[in-house]
Design a protein around this ligand. Structure first.
Ligand code: KG4
Ligand code: ZN
Length: 336
């Protein structure tokens, strides 16, 4: 089954063609990061308008790259939620309109399920069941993944998501957008021995997270400092080390609690090289396998939506009608 995937939940327009027999045929991504840079964050109305401008030309581009015509597409998957209302509506409207014109099935996909299954786009794929650490701009969750749709939430952030903490910390250090990658680049120059930041919620049992206090810690450290470039890098390093440590401690607990031998990292923060390297080391120690998507499929993209949608469309799942219905909030555990 040849499936077109449409991702438009936030500030990235992602399109992809996935074939259940031959794999990923083509994908395209347009990032709006420069559009929102002057505002210090994503402006929802601007995001929606830019998706309108970019989505259709990108559909033609993926078709051209894959050497197919629109009429060869057999199913459409779009991000139904969670995300920004206007941005989601653009993708959903486009998907439903195309599905109507082409007379093919269409299915709304959960954005986080897309992230969670993104490692399946690689050559070597994880086997169910596994523990998934979903770390993005909006979510930090540990999930017991029994199979596609079998998700049990083990723990989550009680306040800021890990990516949000990276972004806010980058902002208060005066770095631009995107905050996470810029902060982690700066951290490469930092001295790991200069500061030690707290590891919130690791001193008590449980699998929940809290990252908002770290931000305040960064702010106070920065305000009390000489504000030199080296200090900025040292703070970035201490922050990154603290976040990565917390994620490692909780992943280890989740693996021990479930008894699973497979760990999956997904979502934008899983592109972080320090996190990847340290999780690999942890996995070796625990005789566990760790999987994560290639860098470009850690952050938002159309390929993950095409893949997750294709798996479900192939089983016969479809939206019941052509009504445009998106969900700005949508717990992953509601899926079956
Ligand atoms: O999954 P994603 O593209 O969008 C959401 O669904 O939220 O994740 C974006 C988040 C942002 O907060 C971004 O700063 C963070 O992922 N991120 C990173 C890195 N690359 C992206 N955080 C730390 N290190 C990175 N290399
Ligand atoms: Zn995402």
């Amino acid at each position: 089954m040849l499936v077109l995937g449409i991702e438009s939940s936030c500030d990235e327009t992602g399109l992809a063609l996935y074939d259940t027999a031959s794999g990923l045929l083509a994908h395209e991504l347009y990032s709006q990061v420069s559009l929102h840079a002057d505002y210090g964050g994503v402006v929802p109305e601007l995001a929606s308008r830019d998706h309108v401008r970019k989505a259709l030309p990108l559909i033609y581009k993926v078709c051209e790259k894959a050497g197919i015509t629109l009429t060869q597409i057999q199913g459409i998957a779009y991000t139904k939620g969670p995300g920004l209302l206007g941005a989601l509506l653009v993708g959903a409207t486009l998907a439903k309109t195309l599905a109507m014109v082409l007379d093919i099935p269409v299915l709304g996909v959960h954005h986080m399920e897309g992230h969670l299954l993104a490692p399946m786009l690689e050559d070597v794929t994880p086997q169910f069941p596994f523990v998934a650490l979903l770390v993005s701009g909006g979510h930090t969750q540990l999930v017991d993944v029994k199979n596609v749709g079998g998700y049990v939430l083990l723990g989550e952030s009680l306040d800021d998501a890990a990516g949000e903490a990276f972004d806010k910390t980058a902002k208060l250090l005066g770095l631009g957008l995107p905050g996470g990658p810029l902060l982690s680049k700066l951290a490469e120059k930092g001295d790991p021995a200069r500061y030690r930041f707290p590891r919130p919620m690791t001193d008590r049992p449980g699998l929940d997270f809290s990252f908002s206090g770290l931000k305040t810690f960064v702010l106070n450290t920065w305000l009390d400092s000489d504000k030199s470039e080296q200090t900025k890098a040292d703070i970035a390093k201490a922050f990154e080390m603290a976040v990565v440590d917390v994620l490692m401690i909780k992943c280890k607990r989740a693996l021990l609690q479930t008894g699973y031998k497979t760990l999956v990292l997904a979502g934008g923060v899983s592109a972080n090289q320090t996190l990847r390297a340290q999780m690999k080391a942890l996995a070796t120690k625990l005789h566990t396998s760790v999987f994560y998507p290639r860098g470009e499929f850690c952050t938002d993209n159309g390929a993950m939506i095409a893949y997750a949608g294709a798996r479900r469309l192939l089983k016969g799942e479809r939206d019941p009608d052509l009504q445009i219905d998106v969900k700005t909030r949508w717990p992953l555990t509601e899926l079956v």
